[in-house]
Design a protein around this ligand. Structure first.
Ligand SMILES: *Cc1c(COP(=O)(O)O)cnc(C)c1O
Length: 400
């Protein structure tokens, strides 16, 4: 008899993004010229001074285990960054370093959630939030937001979703996949509701420095100081410093939560990679003109691409305010027929059509909890994005 797998992993849904990714890769392997607008990471290279710091760390022999929650110098740099950008004060016992922001989120879920607890997540959401909640035995409660309202939070819907089982609210601003930045009033209201009902706020600030208005970031505790005692701040160097492969993220929050997360990390992965920690230290402490250069480039790409999309017809796309994605509403194309007789019925069928006929890879919105949209990323040069637009326009115009 075949040995069985755990119920936990059997209940885990396979990522719907993988299907598209596999198809794109297969076509590429066949030699097809694919324009890949599906990537969830910057196309820029990690800045040189950061790579040099990693080489130096190797030469200096920083190749052993570090403290589970990260080296003190890096924790101090994180504390300074949160002070500089948010005017938030954290001590060494209130921050920890993990293997990416993703592990920080995973640790947090394992540390605060019990079976049947509920966690409020706004859709469209980052693909990993629901599974991370479910792996902790808890239930994601999804609140829809729509492009007509620029994906803003409906506070009444939030209030009515809260009950005795609610344990936490996850906020991601600027958002992946929509590029939306929640305004200060909305974040304040969420913070006040969390205080009123004694809920954790998990604020995923991973895109906080990729804001097109160039303004400084804010989050729940920076706007409502009382919210600090129930907020878990998650951030990292992956997106801001083009360091996705280095796997360094961090979190800041109440001491007991950080202690619990450190315990979980100590029994699972131990310290994040020692060399990458020194690279992240240089990222946070070293010159940072790179960030504004990258931000300006994303802003230009975003404007060009989204304006181009809007001109095609049948597609509506709010202008993103940050991050490097756009999330157009493609439901206006539903019911239309492709030249070879298929019907566009959902986000997957449109994504597949774009991949097969335009050789442009996107991610169907269903992966982010809404089937009326697809996600394009701007992790490609302006000229590649323009070529992508031309191709998309051509095949969308063929839909009858
Ligand atoms: C990329 C991303 C993360 C974390 O990425 P890591 O590489 O694990 O640091 C977290 N949240 C969102 C919304 C992201 O897009």
């Amino acid at each position: 008899m075949e040995l069985t797998l755990s119920n936990r992993v059997k209940a885990l849904k396979p990522s719907p993004t993988l299907q598209m990714d596999a198809k794109a890769k297969a076509l590429k392997a066949e030699g097809v010229d694919i324009i890949n607008l599906s990537a969830g990471e910057p196309d820029f290279d990690t800045p040189l001074h950061i790579k040099e710091a990693a080489k130096k760390a190797i030469d200096k022999g920083y190749t052993r285990y570090t403290a589970v929650g990260g080296i003190i110098e890096l924790k101090e740099a994180i504390i300074d960054r949160l002070k500089r950008d948010y005017a938030l004060d954290y001590s060494l016992t209130e921050v920890m370093v993990s293997t990416g922001g993703k592990q920080a989120l995973y640790n947090a879920a394992q540390a605060i959630l019990n079976p049947n607890d509920e966690v409020i997540i706004f859709a469209p959401y980052w693909v990993s939030y629901p599974p991370i909640v479910e792996l902790a035995g808890a239930r994601p409660i999804i609140i829809e937001t729509v492009s007509e309202d620029n994906f803003s939070i409906d506070i009444n819907m939030l209030r009515s979703a809260i009950n005795d089982r609610t344990k936490a609210i996850i906020i991601n601003s600027p958002s992946n996949p929509t590029g939306t930045i929640y305004d200060e009033a909305a974040i304040k209201q969420v913070a006040e509701i969390a205080i009123e009902h004694n809920l954790y706020i998990i604020t995923d600030d991973i895109y906080d420095l990729i804001r097109f208005d160039g303004k400084g970031p804010y989050n729940a505790p920076s706007l409502v100081s009382e919210a600090k005692r129930l907020t878990i701040v998650v951030n990292g160097v992956s997106k801001t410093y083009a360091m996705t492969g280095w796997r360094i993220g961090y979190m800041a929050g109440p001491e007991n939560v950080i202690k619990a997360c450190t315990k979980i990390q100590s029994q699972s992965t131990s310290n994040p990679n020692s060399i990458a920690q020194y690279a992240a230290l240089e990222a946070l402490r070293g010159p940072d003109e790179f960030i504004s250069e990258m931000r300006e480039e994303f802003k230009l790409r975003c404007k060009t691409f989204v304006n181009g999309l809007m001109e095609i017809g049948g597609i509506k796309c709010p202008m993103p305010q940050g991050a490097f994605y756009c999330f157009p509403d493609i439901s206006g194309l539903f019911g239309r027929k492709t030249p070879d007789g298929k019907t566009i019925v959902d986000s997957l069928s449109l994504s597949e059509y774009l991949l097969e006929k335009a050789q442009v890879a996107s991610i169907p919105g269903i992966a982010f909890g809404n089937d009326n949209y697809i996600r394009f990323s701007f992790a490609a040069s302006l000229s590649v994005l323009k070529e992508g637009l031309n191709r998309i326009e051509k095949v969308i115009k063929k839909l009858l």
